[in-house]
Design a protein around this ligand. Sequence first.
Ligand code: SF4
Ligand code: SF4
Length: 187
Amino acid sequence: MNRTARQTWSPGRDDGALAELRGMVQACMQCGTCTASCPNAFAMDVTPRQMWRMIQFGMLDRILDSRTYWFCSSCYACTLRCPRGLRLTSAMAALKRLAAERGGAVGRGNGAFYAAFMDNVEKYGRAQEALLMQEYFIRKKDPLLPLSFAGLGLRMLGKGRLHMPKLARKPTLRAIFAKAREIGGAS
Ligand code: SF4
Ligand code: SF4
């Protein structure tokens, strides 16, 4: 389970950035059910419950420092079990968007991978590793980045874990993504 250092008070500098998120979690009563339900909480630097409190307090700097939302795999366990009925998975997605916009180089880097992954799944119905990384490199705009992944790519290819683009499936998930955007649930 999480071994987070004690959080100190850091009043919000930019309330506008957190306004939407505050509205999503302001009814949180800190029961901890979300954290107890989260399969990824053990790897998070801040638990989901702590994250909602940091949002309520407007601790934008600490929120942007955290990697918690990048560890969220959108499993919806917290959303299903929250006794307040809060849309917690959507809140995690909103945090990813916020961090990609405001989180500096780390936020933009993680945001680029996240966007490439979601685009890949929407287009092909599953993650196509080769195309996923190609899209990620394009988004990062760093010509040297592919070199740092060359060894990993070759090892995956050798073990048969890297599926080439010819296996791309039909875009079966486009309608689902479109509906999710329509109702505000797409990340
Ligand atoms: S389960 Fe809901 S009410 Fe309980 S801590 Fe999490 S967000 Fe707050
Ligand atoms: S949706 Fe994200 S935060 Fe919620 S339980 Fe699943 S992994 Fe944890």
